[in-house]
Design a protein around this ligand. Structure first.
Ligand code: IPD
Ligand code: CA
Ligand code: CA
Length: 257
């Protein structure tokens, strides 16, 4: 499956690059700020065609078209552009993310930013790689020396203040925090040690499926905001180098009370 994963990422990478400086259609989805572009749809169609030509019986879960259920134990979980708002504004911080779930476990994942040329890849039990070189999480164990990253949901829904309150709790400790606008890249950049920890509310399986495996295979730790076992179908994610995990958890739980 690795060759099909790579082919999908690389071919969609060409699509993202070829449309970047051109006019393309942009629409709002459920709320006005949640965008989908013509390029998301082209990237998605490309990936699905490639997967179907080799594995017609596999299940697919993809952000823009939803689920294609074939009763297989393999599911390809696809985000055709993660960081669509960046892409729509000409900001080259975005990627294509594809995770493969087998019998309920993520077994392979790849994330490609065609603008930086960085391709992150992991296979269960075989480590994580950035452009074929092994990567590892950072060794930072002091929260106050850490560099963190987060994102904010398009809609804060029933919980309007919580993401901002948690953000404020870290900011008020004078901890530097970045906001890249692509959850998949946030996780990859934590996996390769650029960031020490990442948290976000309200993500979907396509945002995190590949990144979850890339981070854990790089030695990192992922839980929900209670510190419990994580599933890519969870809405909340705390993904760290492992060393600062419980300290970040305490800050988040402190706000939750
Ligand atoms: C979004 C990005 C962003 C995160 C949003 C996601 P999209 O994905 O990952 O960083 O903050 O919650 O929905 O819409 O660009 O695929
Ligand atoms: Ca996404
Ligand atoms: Ca997307």
């Amino acid at each position: 499956m690795k060759n099909i994963l790579y082919k999908s990422l690389e071919e969609s990478g060409k699509i993202l690059k070829s449309y970047m400086d051109k006019d393309f259609a942009v629409e709002s989805k459920d709320i006005v700020s949640n965008l989908v572009t013509e390029v998301d749809k082209r990237s998605e169609a490309n990936i699905i065609d490639i997967i179907k030509s080799e594995y017609p019986s596999h299940n697919i879960l993809s952000e823009e078209i939803g689920a294609i259920n074939k009763d297989s134990d393999v599911k390809w979980i696809i985000d055709p552009i993660d960081g669509t708002i960046n892409y729509a504004h000409g900001i080259p911080i975005c990627c294509i993310s594809i995770g493969i779930e087998k019998a309920g476990e993520i077994v392979m994942g790849g994330i490609f930013n065609p603008f930086s040329g960085e391709l992150f890849f992991a296979e269960k039990g075989k480590g994580s790689y950035l452009n074929d070189k092994p990567i590892h999480v950072s060794e930072e164990s002091v929260l106050d020396k850490s560099l963190l990253v987060t994102g904010f949901p398009y809609s804060t829904g029933n919980n309007p203040n919580k993401p901002v309150e948690v953000f404020a709790a870290f900011v008020n400790r004078d901890i530097p925090i970045r906001r890249l606008g692509s959850a998949a890249l946030d996780i990859c950049w934590t996996a390769c040690g650029r960031f020490d920890g990442f948290w976000e509310y309200n993500l979907n399986a396509w945002d995190v499926a590949a990144g979850y495996l890339i981070l854990t295979e790089a030695g990192g730790k992922v839980t929900d905001f209670e510190g419990k076992k994580y599933s890519v179908y969870n809405k909340e994610i705390l993904a760290t180098n492992g060393r600062i995990h419980n300290i970040m958890l305490d800050v988040i739980k402190g706000v939750k009370k």
